[in-house]
Design a protein around this ligand. Structure first.
Ligand code: SF4
Length: 251
């Protein structure tokens, strides 16, 4: 395709509301992608072609967490790089049977470079360790793997935007493909949206099994939501969800 053909193809995509194109290497395999990027109205007068953001191949053969981390490098693929201190890749057992997916790093995580280390993280640890011990399941937090949809802290702790979720979500999907857990637990609406591609809220999704690439997915409340004092019912429901997940994975 010559330059003029490329320009008219890009203008066609722009006219139908697609603002960004992602170039993948030929070995990329099709995976579920998060909710589509919202299109905004573009001025007809804009003449410059859209930027093409290069992202790595999804799940290349022999992918490992260390390769994914190396591919992320000093990532500047989305605007969230601007305010971050540390990229929060994920932590835990690289061969875990259970992966928890949260939304994105907060202030503590951004400072330390590890996921779920602040107040919400302490609650998550209590939930995993406490539920496992009550249910007679011999695991604790280091036995699972924990990561987020976006690896850099969104400013003011806002929710990640659809394009940020789409770009960074490729790394999440590679992490999930590399680990191949027996189940995934999506914490909160952003994780549910990224993994299941749904706009349904947590209240509707929780308590039942869903699937991502044949891996069972349980959605439950994000621990930071559970920290709010008026959410006692949600707390009870989250504990129920976790019980279900732990028995499914470890029985
Ligand atoms: S959020 Fe993800 S895609 Fe965006 S800069 Fe950070 S690592 Fe890169």
């Amino acid at each position: 395709m010559d330059r003029d053909q490329l320009r008219s193809a890009l203008e066609f995509y722009r006219d139908i509301g697609i603002e960004s194109l992602y170039k993948r290497t030929p070995s990329a395999v099709a995976l579920r992608v998060p909710a589509p990027v919202e299109s905004s109205s573009l001025a007809n007068t804009i003449q410059e072609p859209m930027p093409i953001i290069e992202i790595p191949s999804i799940a290349p053969a022999g992918d490992t967490l260390s390769k994914i981390s190396a591919d992320i490098g000093d990532c500047k693929r989305c605007r969230l790089c601007e305010g971050r201190n540390k990229i929060v890749f994920g932590s835990g057992n690289e061969k875990a049977s259970l992966v928890f997916v949260g939304e994105g790093p907060g202030a503590d995580e951004d400072a330390q470079g590890f996921p779920f280390v602040g107040r919400a993280g302490q609650l998550l640890t209590q939930m995993i360790d406490g539920t496992a011990s009550k249910e007679g399941i011999n695991i604790s937090r280091p036995d699972v793997y924990i990561c987020n949809v976006v690896k850099c802290r969104p400013p003011e702790n806002r929710a990640p935007q659809p394009d940020e979720m789409e770009i960074c979500g490729q790394f999440l999907f590679r992490q999930l493909m590399a680990i191949q857990p027996k189940a995934i637990c999506a914490l909160g609406a952003t994780a549910a949206k990224a993994v299941l591609g749904t706009k349904e809220g947590v209240t509707k999704l929780r308590g039942n099994w869903h699937k991502w690439n044949d891996i069972p997915v349980m959605v439950t409340f994000h621990p930071s939501y559970l920290l709010r004092p008026y959410n006692q019912n949600a707390k009870r429901e989250a504990w129920e969800d976790l019980k279900k997940v732990l028995h499914f994975v470890y029985d």
